[in-house]
Design a protein around this ligand. Sequence first.
Ligand SMILES: N=C(N)NCCCC[C@H](N)C(=O)O
Ligand SMILES: O=C(O)CCC(=O)C(=O)O
Ligand SMILES: [Fe+2]
Length: 330
Amino acid sequence: MASDFKAIPIIDVSPLLAKCNDPNMAEDLGVSEVVKQLDRACKEAGFFYVKGHGIPDSLVKKVKDVIHQFFDLTYEEKLKIKMSTATGFRGYQRIGENITQGKPDMHEAIDCYREVKPGRYGALGKPLEGSNLWPDNPPNFSSLMEEYISLLTDLARNIMRGIALALGGSANEFEGDKAGDPFWVMRLIGYPGASDAKCPEMPENDIGCGAHTDYGLLTLVNQDDDIPALQVRNLSGEWIWAVPIPGTFVCNIGDMLKIWSNGLYEPTLHRVINNSPKYRVSVAFFYEPNFYAAIEPLEICKQKTGGVEKFGRAVYGEHLVRKVTTNFVM
Ligand SMILES: N=C(N)NCCCC[C@H](N)C(=O)O
Ligand SMILES: O=C(O)CCC(=O)C(=O)O
Ligand SMILES: [Fe+2]
């Protein structure tokens, strides 16, 4: 968050996607143009919309439709897939159970993580061990989400190739032991409206999700059309709306990219306030480093920022587990 941006840029990533498996992609003019836009967006806002992403519109909509259907169920039904420490923090959490900056958030959600088999990440990964809990209805809920996760993982990996070039690295900078085996997190979130029947006591301007930054590399948000609710804070502290733009994902960078880029790119504070009378859903997909990735400033970024490391070393999985295990009252 390094500027007083008033609007969030829209980037057509199709030229990047067309060339992202070409070993000479960095020399392509179309790719260079996208890379320039990514660099600017990451420096100035930490947020950007992507269009030309190739994810079918029908899937993007379908995913939100089934989530609306789920949140319309009674608490009793929803609690059949209740999240707990025993489920590896996977599953359904009620309104007010997620805590941000010490205050309960006015949202409900299903949290999902990449599967963690027992022992896979040793003692550190133990709290997240388990498989995701999916609703029974519709019967294709889980296959729909799995298809979505697979497509978004590929898309995020390709956008990260553009970001790697923007930082002056090779396109594969984040492959291998950095994010070649990416962890992922997905939150299916529902925010009651200002006078929603599900939450009649909710006042206006109540916080759907308090101000925070995301934890990993790159987040892709698929939000309901027609309901502005996501806000991003600029340098002066003004909250800039990330209004829904049909056909796009809202993307933002996470905490680990700040370290890898030695502060060239910083995650931006954002929050959610649903003042519309309508119930809003969003799907936040978090593309993250390898669970055990050791994050320290990349040499190329250090050189561009005075040669001194601005941040100490972090392990992504430690950062994630610390957040997840302190996010809830259950
Ligand atoms: N996996 C991610 N990034 N989730 C974002 C949730 C942010 C709210 C959370 N209570 C917090 O305080 O971090
Ligand atoms: O619902 C949204 O638009 C964004 C949610 C968010 O910022 C998050 O879950 O990290
Ligand atoms: Fe977020």
